[in-house]
Ligand binder design. Structure first.
Ligand code: 8YV
Length: 332
């Protein structure tokens, strides 16, 4: 009788939606994180020593120390997430371990959240709802001069990183009457630029000095770490807002907190932070900051789509094909 091939041992570091876990159990020898505890570095090392495939998330640091202790079976790190800054891609490549991610399926959700922050901060949504719900306050009713924010229609939006998410943000923002400006490693295709009526800035410094709202939509890589440095943050107009749904590390968070406190910019909408889950307390204390707990892609539909992508990548890989979402250090 032919032997049924052994299923690969797939270790998943966090709890995933039930449908994804059920499918993983059917296809693989899946070891799931039922109580969703945050795995320590020691637990991650134990996992890579044993697994054929590791499925980490943004909360796991799969660094050189972890990957260099991988056992001979580990051939694939199938990241549950698009950003792969949590994985040391160079060490993985040197150990011939493939890495995949989940691009595309969280574009629209993340762009929606970016647009929500672009509206929420200038229009003071979080501040106003906090006021109403605070039992110490009593709303005295409408007033012509109370809770005034700023109009976004007609303002200049500067998008840093015009990939899938940046472009999806631009489409939404254009519909709200914002003028689209962008800085990117490369200029986007002419027809996209025309559709968005977008202005390309080769110089990030020059763009920053002229924008009303700046949206960070680029990945975190060695080249984008503190791209919005103390020097660049000083270039912003005092009336400007910053929105970040990409990665906290792209902005010097302490300096951002300092300039918001000093009133050197108007405010910020932040879904991501430099040292998650820690957040600079000055940002949390400011009513000119709308802070969210890294939930840009947090829809059930998105999470299921991400899980399906992870499964397809693993299945393709273990069946001897090139997984569709393979990533290489050179791509970033
Ligand atoms: C994910 C994200 O939820 O995919 C990304 O890069 O930032 C998030 O929206 C997270 O990475 C899951 O690992």
């Amino acid at each position: 009788m032919p032997q049924t091939p052994k299923k690969p041992l797939v270790i998943v570091t966090r709890k995933l939606p039930d449908v994804v876990e059920t499918r993983m159990r059917e296809l693989f020898d899946a070891r799931l994180n039922v109580d969703d505890h945050h795995m320590s570095q020691a637990e991650l090392v134990a996992a890579v020593k044993e697994a054929d495939v590791l499925v980490p998330t943004v909360t796991d640091r799969i660094d050189r120390a972890v990957i260099s202790q991988a056992g001979p079976n580990l051939r694939l790190i199938a990241n549950f997430g698009t950003g792969v800054d949590n994985v040391d891609l160079d060490t993985a490549r040197n150990r011939s371990i493939a890495v995949t991610n989940t691009p595309g399926v969280l574009t629209e959700d993340t762009a929606d959240m970016t647009m929500a922050l672009i509206l929420a901060v200038p229009r003071r949504l979080a501040e106003a709802t906090t006021y109403l719900k605070d039992p110490r306050h009593h709303w005295a009713g409408w007033s012509p001069t109370w809770m005034l924010g700023h109009r976004i229609y007609g303002k200049r939006l500067g998008i840093i990183g015009m990939g899938r998410i940046g472009t999806a943000v631009a489409r939404r923002a254009k519909a709200f009457g914002l003028q689209i400006h962008y800085h990117n490693r490369r200029r986007v295709a002419e027809d996209v630029e025309r559709e968005l009526e977008a202005t390309y800035w080769d110089s990030l410094d020059q763009m920053l000095a002229r924008m009303d709202i700046v949206s960070v939509n680029c990945p975190h890589t060695p080249a984008t770490y503190h791209l919005l440095s103390a020097r660049r943050l000083k270039l912003l107009k005092p009336t400007a807002y910053i929105v970040n749904t990409a990665r906290g590390e792209v902005i010097d968070e302490n300096e951002l907190a300092r300039i918001i406190e000093a009133g050197a910019i108007a405010g910020a909408g932040l879904d991501v932070f430099e040292h998650e889950p820690a957040i600079n307390p000055k940002l949390l204390a400011s009513d000119r900051v709308v802070a969210l707990p890294h939930m840009g892609s947090a829809t059930i539909e998105g999470r299921i789509d991400m899980g399906e992508k992870v499964i397809i990548n693993i299945k393709a890989f273990v069946d001897g094909h090139n997984p569709p979402d393979r990533v290489h250090a050179a791509m970033f």
